[in-house]
Design a protein around this ligand. Structure first.
Ligand code: ZN
Length: 251
């Protein structure tokens, strides 16, 4: 088993050495290694709360209070988390000219904090808040302080509009420009590295499928099997941080 993983690491390092247009795609699994719980897992935020649909958020003050209560519980974990070896490896690979972008389902900005420059956030970011009416923006930290001070559904101090985290909520469309760019990168890359994504949630699975169909090598690193394993060129079921650390040692 160990030697299988070692052989896989050597192969991946070889492919990364050759590429100048790799794309990484990351899901919750890379952030759980920084201590951020997967929303969907037991103990994650959706095991304790019903998600607030975007339409309800707009229409209903109670739904907005529920929404901000969930934020109030989840934001401190994001603020306390630090990028791990997996995030740092991707930033380094971009700096070395091997990766052209990171496409992420995560909303914690750990890639940017690790030093990645081109990060496409297909589900937005929880680290910024904006006014839905005038587009004024705040850090999640500033709004968190207002929640802690007793506000239960903060509004805009400039125009009175509704504030919302810059995440894509259930019932809200993915940002079209970001999604188009992610699809285009998937078509153009020669190596698609999927890290910590179950590749189940639509439309996430479309990206590795597109990359593979366009001739890229597909590499999956995930704790658990995924539905894309069968078509992947390489699958490593291990810790992302530990694996990428070893890859960076031999690249
Ligand atoms: Zn406003």
């Amino acid at each position: 088993m160990r030697s299988d993983v070692d052989a896989a690491i050597t192969r991946l390092a070889g492919w990364l050495r050759e590429t100048q247009r790799g794309v990484a795609f990351t899901g919750a699994g890379i952030s759980t290694e920084s201590g951020i719980p997967d929303f969907r897992s037991p103990g994650g935020v959706w095991s304790r709360h019903q998600p607030v649909l975007f339409q309800d958020f707009l229409a209903d003050a109670d739904a907005r209070r529920r929404y901000w209560q969930i934020r109030r519980e989840s934001v401190p974990g994001f603020l306390a988390a630090e990028p791990n070896a997996g995030h740092l490896a991707l930033a380094k690979l971009e700096e070395q000219g091997r990766l052209i972008a990171v496409v992420t389902q995560n909303i914690d900005e750990l890639h940017q904090r690790a030093g990645s420059r081109r990060v496409l956030e297909v589900h937005g970011t929880a680290m910024k808040v904006k006014c839905l009416s005038c587009d004024k923006r705040w850090s999640a930290e500033e709004i968190h302080a207002r929640l802690e001070a007793g506000e239960d559904a903060p509004t805009c101090d400039a125009c009175g509009g509704l504030l919302k985290s810059m995440t894509v909520s259930f019932g809200q469309e993915l940002p079209a420009d970001v999604w188009q760019e992610a699809m285009q990168l998937s078509r153009q890359c020669d190596l698609f590295l999927a890290l910590g994504s179950s590749l189940v949630v639509y439309p996430a699975a479309q990206l590795p499928e597109t990359a593979k169909r366009s001739g890229a090598r597909l590499v999956i690193i995930n704790r658990d099997p995924t539905p894309m394993d069968e078509v992947a060129d390489l699958v490593i079921n291990a810790s992302i941080g530990e694996t990428m650390d070893k890859v960076m040692d031999v690249i």
